[in-house]
Design a protein around this ligand. Structure first.
Ligand SMILES: [Zn+2]
Length: 117
């Protein structure tokens, strides 16, 4: 995103992103990962190299990583919900950049009005 210079434009950008802040589905602040693993049964195909695929969610809480198993039929939902979190995080980041730009252009405009540049 390129941040506009003019306050009116910045406000317009801000309003557009405020609307994007509405969650379209549940929001899941975690990463969906696929792990290949063996189940421990020496007679299973995984012992001969064909490992099982497992889907997990991982997230950090107080600098500790947590993991949760995701049943295969819930993987599409988990994917959508984590993507929604990523989207919202990006919108929040852009809102912050724009709000800061608005404050900074205000300061510059005030200085200009007082004859300092
Ligand atoms: Zn196995």
């Amino acid at each position: 995103m390129k941040i506009p210079k003019h306050p009116t434009l910045i406000r317009r950008f801000l309003q557009a992103r405020q609307k994007q802040l509405q969650a379209q589905c549940p929001v899941l602040a975690a990463s969906l990962v696929t792990i290949r693993r063996t189940c421990g049964n020496p007679n299973c195909r995984c012992a001969r190299g064909q490992k099982h695929l497992g889907h997990y969610l991982t997230w950090k809480l107080k600098s500790k990583t947590h993991t949760a198993y995701v049943p295969v039929d819930l993987v599409p939902q988990a994917k959508q919900w984590t993507q929604e979190h990523r989207r919202l995080k990006q919108v929040l980041h852009e809102l912050t950049q724009l709000a800061l730009a608005l404050i900074q252009t205000h300061v510059t405009a005030q200085r200009r009005k007082r004859g300092r540049s």
